[in-house]
Ligand binder design. Sequence first.
Ligand SMILES: [Zn+2]
Length: 272
Amino acid sequence: MPELPEVEVSRLGVSQHLNGEVITDIVIRTPKLRWDIPKADLAKLVGQKITAISRRAKYLIIETVIGHIIIHLGMSGSLRVIDSTTELKKHDHVDVAVGNKVLRLNDPRRFGAVLYANESGEHKVFEKLGPEPLTDAFSAQHLIAKCSKRKAAIKLVIMDNPVVVGVGNIYANEALFLTGIHPLTPANQVSTAKLIALTQTIKDVLAAAIKQGGTTLKDFSQTDGKPGYFAQSLFVYGREGEACLRCKTILKAVKIGQRASTYCKKCQPIDM
Ligand SMILES: [Zn+2]
């Protein structure tokens, strides 16, 4: 599943090619992905100039002065900017054409979404979203306040969109390891000092992943468009049964909210 850094890097790549261009066509080959695609509303955007490509949580937003296209990559979606004559592949569902180039959405599992918002940019998918992790709105004070009322595992709380958006499984695992917090620790029992450190670490791991992904941007239009996961050194994610890179203890995994959580029992003791 693309996580926030992959979506942000896709945004940067798409921006390079589409920002300032005029939408010449929107082709919808599949009526429904996760939700129905609002074909009539989207058709209104043909002839409009793209004024910005923005992002909210894991939604990419192609903005014009009269309305916006909202795209979510779901579990398996990917975007390519290619020549409009490029032959279609299986699961190529939607094209946004700008002259002889197209932004093409491929999504084999169809959990992605293509939606429309009017010029206000408001949409119900944005209603319950918490602050963006890389902005000042996501502060230690905010996380401390949210955790003080929650007995749920800290890992679930930092992955909860109303608390903060865009902290997916990979980066939650990594941030908890780097701050020495056991993923099952009840949120209201994590010390204030550790929550301060966790807030900064979440920002750092996401920013580092975006920076790393950004280096591959030059070839955005040439690649297969799969955001994938940037080749980066992960400390714990996906490393169950391997040795901790800090203390050599064998890493363990536990399922929390259906997602695998890998941790080092020595580096991440439960604070209780
Ligand atoms: Zn360790």
